[in-house]
Ligand binder design. Structure first.
Ligand SMILES: [Zn+2]
Ligand SMILES: [Zn+2]
Length: 246
């Protein structure tokens, strides 16, 4: 009930904002026509939405039907159940997410969350999630940027799907050393020390972790392991964008 009222107020507010500051397209930056849309239709056609065949673990698009897992997931231990991703991390997706993250274009999160709800909503709901948890950034980074992009995505998704979002459950306590020179195990160990659970409700059994970009998967894997230790039973991962299978 509360969620509905907040959502309604959000929409009324959005309507006013749209009149004062017409929405700009996340792809071409021009004012969106038709009014009320979150992206211009031709630009939407430029996004590479993930389609089948997909990696059964991380959700990455695969080149061949015969493969079950992508090269990155093959032979790796993954504790999360599986992942879903909205779009391929190509130049269009990169622009949408970089404008959000580095240029504060929050409308982009709104568009991406709406598209996630539309395209992945059924799959997200199918596992009967108790809660959505965004991958946290370090509080210092959050202060500097003014927001955490994964949190904006989780909130947009949660509001649209009526699933609670808990941003205080998982926190980032440490910024990690540069990860590039580390192998996957080193990367994971490094990350396991970066996150911790702050507040946990034992009723949270099925969780969707929400993040913006899935690269090696080490971040969500580390978060998954920490949530499982805290008492989650099943952790799933949903990301806005994911790389290509090699
Ligand atoms: Zn456009
Ligand atoms: Zn994979």
């Amino acid at each position: 009930m509360m969620g509905g009222r907040t959502a309604k107020r959000g929409r009324a507010w959005r309507f006013l904002l749209d009149i004062l500051y017409p929405r700009k397209c996340p792809v071409c930056d021009r004012i969106i026509m038709p009014k009320g849309a979150l992206i211009c239709p031709p630009c939407r056609g430029r996004i590479s939405f993930i389609r089948e065949p997909r990696c059964k673990k991380c959700g990455k698009a695969l080149m061949f039907e015969e493969k079950e897992y992508c090269e990155n997931c093959n032979g790796q231990e993954r504790r999360f159940m599986y992942g879903l991703a909205l779009m391929e991390y190509d130049s269009v997706a990169r622009k949408i997410l970089a404008d959000l993250k580095y240029h504060g274009k929050r409308d982009n999160a709104d568009y991406v969350a709406a598209e996630m709800a539309l395209r992945l909503g059924d799959e997200i709901r199918r596992v009967k999630p108790d809660v959505l948890i965004p991958v946290p950034v370090h509080p210092r980074r959050r202060r500097l940027r003014g927001f955490n992009q994964a949190e904006l995505l989780a909130k947009g998704l949660g509001e649209r799907m009526d699933i609670p979002v808990r941003t205080e459950a998982l926190i980032r306590v440490r910024n990690t050393r540069p990860q590039k020179e580390l192998g996957s195990l080193g990367r994971l160990n490094n990350l396991l020390e970066a996150f911790t659970v702050r507040r946990w409700d034992p009723r949270w059994k099925t969780v969707w972790l929400v993040d913006d970009i899935y690269t090696t998967g080490s971040t969500v894997e580390a978060c998954t392991r920490i949530l499982l230790t805290a008492g989650a039973k099943r952790v799933y991962v949903v990301c806005a964008a994911i790389g290509k299978d090699r």
